[in-house]
Design a protein around this ligand. Structure first.
Ligand code: EZ4
Ligand code: CO
Length: 455
């Protein structure tokens, strides 16, 4: 029997939100189902509904936001990651106050429909806060679907295309030999690919280097406090001089057999980035990461015109459309979105497919400030697509692995996911509760003259 059509009544719905739920769509004649109702779930399986959405903010060493979606089937739930470093509570509030009421009563199997509805529904769409919240929901729903199907997510995405995901780790130091030693340690651990960052002489605590010191002498800055951002110094001149020296040193001492990468962290202007890419050419980088800020996509042309150093970009992108200009003009070689900030698996697999058509490979962002469910989602996609490039990874401390078990594991240079149904990751809520949120910010940066610099 077709469901009874209901008149549109948004106010009525809002009052109901959290109890029964899903907005009843307006009557539209001429459909076999008697209205513009959302798609229905798998025939033959018992109908499934979302019964509860829990938002858990925990700080086992650093802050993480998790979203746990429970269903009408006892014991069937999914856990997603909705961590946005430095703005965790904005995402948690979005989830609790704005998204949870829309999810209760909904069919968790209709992932794409839910994604579209939550992305396009608010009219004011996108941005890192909303896209991270959406990623949390998306991952939890994929986790549920995998568990219901009895399959790991990579199977639902088409099955394995490879045995493991080639991984890179970070090596940093205060001078060239310290970085060299760090790269050697990574190689001894089994890494074939290593990202190398070095401190800039005369400037303290550059992005990615081992020690982050305060630089109190910068003009016009408020004093540092533990729970306020510390400010780093940056000058493009010394940076542009030391980085080619670093890679000359690494090639001279380590040879060609290790793949080397470097993260610019969107700090340069167009001609500076072009110069760096050009000067690094002799050292054959695997890629140069995030050379320009995401606003300046057309400037990537300048880098391309001057160098064959492979370029990777994307951890600050929030939508599929952010990726289009760079991919369709083949201005990059690797697209490295953050699944946690681009709306999860549902959007990332479209980014991967778009990239495939233009011979661009994936290199999903994999830092310590996104939680194990996103790291697992990275690897599920990595091992099920044809155009995987490389996977950034971190070793989580023991306490994080206890709170969120099941993160992908490093084996001989590759990342492996569990073959258990769903993402393979979980959340120990009781333990998470023992580590309450602590206010924390990402660092900021300034130039020597005191002016603001992108970090
Ligand atoms: O600075 O995720 O490639 N990795 C990175 C990260 C980012 C952090 C910011 O929250 O650039 O370390
Ligand atoms: Co980066």
């Amino acid at each position: 029997m077709p469901p009874k059509a209901q008149p549109a009544n948004r106010r009525g719905f809002l009052k109901l939100a959290g109890a029964t739920a899903l907005a009843k769509p307006a009557l539209s004649r001429g459909t076999p189902w008697g209205g513009a109702s959302p798609p229905i779930s798998t025939p033959g399986l018992p109908p499934l509904k979302i019964t509860e959405v829990r938002v858990i903010v925990t700080c086992p060493g650093r802050n993480y936001v998790l979203v746990k979606i429970l269903t009408s089937e006892p014991g069937l739930y999914g856990v997603g990651d909705a961590t946005l470093n430095g703005r965790e509570l904005a995402v948690a509030t979005t989830l609790e106050k704005h998204l949870a009421p829309l999810l209760i009563g909904r069919d968790p199997e209709a992932i794409e429909d839910t994604w579209q509805d939550l992305y396009r529904g608010p009219y004011w769409r996108g941005g890192p806060v909303q896209m991270t919240a959406l990623a949390g929901v998306d991952l939890a729903l994929w986790d549920i679907k995998g568990k219901r199907a009895g399959m790991p997510i990579y199977q639902l995405l088409g099955g394995r295309t490879r045995r493991g995901a080639l991984a890179y780790t970070h090596a940093a130091g205060n001078d060239l030999t310290e970085v060299e030693d760090a790269v050697r340690r990574a190689m001894e651990r089994g890494f074939q690919c290593v990202r190398a960052q070095v401190a800039i002489p005369g400037l303290e605590g550059t992005y990615g280097t081992a020690e982050k010191k305060k630089s109190e002498e910068i003009a016009g800055r408020v004093p540092q406090q533990a729970d306020l951002p510390h400010t780093e110094l940056f000058e493009p001149g010394p940076y542009l001089r030391i980085v080619p020296k670093l890679f000359a040193h690494l090639r001279a001492t380590l040879g060609e057999d290790v793949e080397l990468l470097h993260d610019v962290h969107e700090k340069l202007g167009p001609v500076e980035a072009a110069r760096l890419a050009k000067e690094l050419e002799p050292y054959h980088l695997f890629f140069l990461e995030d050379p320009l800020r995401p606003e300046y996509k057309e400037s990537f042309r300048l880098i391309r015109q001057h160098s064959t150093t492979p370029i990777a970009m994307g951890e600050l992108f929030n939508t599929l459309w952010d990726c289009v200009p760079l991919i369709k003009e083949q201005l990059i070689d690797f697209i490295r979105c953050d699944l946690g900030h681009i709306g999860g698996i549902t959007n990332a697999r479209k980014v991967a497919a778009l990239a495939e058509a233009f011979q661009v490979k994936t290199a999903w962002h994999g830092p310590a400030d996104i939680a194990p469910p996103t790291h697992a989602a990275n690897v599920h996609i990595d091992i099920s697509i044809p155009n995987f490039g490389i996977q950034e990874m971190v070793f989580f401390p023991e306490v994080v692995r206890e709170v969120m078990p099941g993160a992908p594991e490093f084996q001989g240079g590759y990342m492996m996911v569990r073959d258990t149904p769903g993402l393979g990751t979980d959340l120990n809520e009781e333990l998470a509760g023992k580590y309450p949120y602590q206010r924390a910010y990402l660092p900021t940066a300034r130039r020597k003259d005191g002016s603001v610099q992108d970090w």
